[in-house]
Design a protein around this ligand. Structure first.
Ligand SMILES: [Zn+2]
Ligand SMILES: [Zn+2]
Length: 214
């Protein structure tokens, strides 16, 4: 065993613990990949053992293993840090700060159906230039429950929401009512914090069956 110094890092003191622990800056869901990290450690160690000479002492072997593991950790952290969020997966666009709005054709259909509907808040008729569409369950709440997908891009995994999924939920007729612009308190409310961005969930360890994103 090499002597331990006060300045030794966690990686030097305990490579296994360092590798199976949380990787810096990669988000809150990282614990999911702990078993994968352990798998990597054993792969790295096996690789080192295979490369080792018969005549190597246990100390030399251990030093070699630690070096290999340290490099594996560094590589993982680098991939993780440098990763840019994915934009598309196949033909589907991935949400990244998209502001939602109704599609013009959807608006048209909605008001054709609700041409004579009263305001859901005050009950008065709605003039054409006073029309607005209100989410009964606020969009900020709907947004939280949207279906997510995990995709793989450049060896990093991301939890994402597709823009088409968002739009379908935004334009869910069961959650929409006609309202006066002046009665619609959520007007202008679907901004800022109500957007969605991809979240890093870990690094890829190869042999990955997730959909590839770009
Ligand atoms: Zn009203
Ligand atoms: Zn992957």
């Amino acid at each position: 065993m090499p002597p331990k110094t006060r300045s030794s890092t966690l990686i030097e003191r305990d490579p296994l613990k360092a590798l199976t622990g949380r990787v810096k800056g990669s988000g809150k869901h990282n614990t999911r990949s702990v078993s994968k990290r352990k798998q990597i450690v054993s792969n790295v160690v096996r690789e080192v053992v295979r490369e080792t000479n018969e005549g190597m002492s246990p100390e030399e072997l251990e030093a070699l293993q630690k070096k290999a593991i340290k490099k594996a950790i560094k590589d993982m952290e680098k991939r993780d840090r440098q990763a840019k969020p994915p934009k598309k997966c196949g033909a589907r666009k991935i949400a990244n700060k998209d502001r939602m709005d109704f599609e013009p054709a959807f608006r048209k259909r909605f008001w054709r159906k609700h041409a004579n509907s009263p305001c859901a808040k005050c009950g008065d008729p709605i003039a054409e230039d006073e029309r607005s569409i209100d989410h009964v369950t606020p969009w900020a709440d709907v947004r939280i429950g949207l279906e997510t997908a995990t995709v793989c891009k450049d060896d990093v995994h991301w939890e994402v929401v597709f823009v088409d999924t968002m739009l379908t939920a935004y334009q869910d007729k069961r959650n929409l009512v006609p309202m006066h612009k002046r009665c619609n308190s959520s007007k202008g409310g679907t901004q800022g914090n109500d957007t969605i961005t991809p979240i890093k969930v870990g690094v890829c360890f190869g042999n990955c069956s997730l959909e590839k994103a770009t």
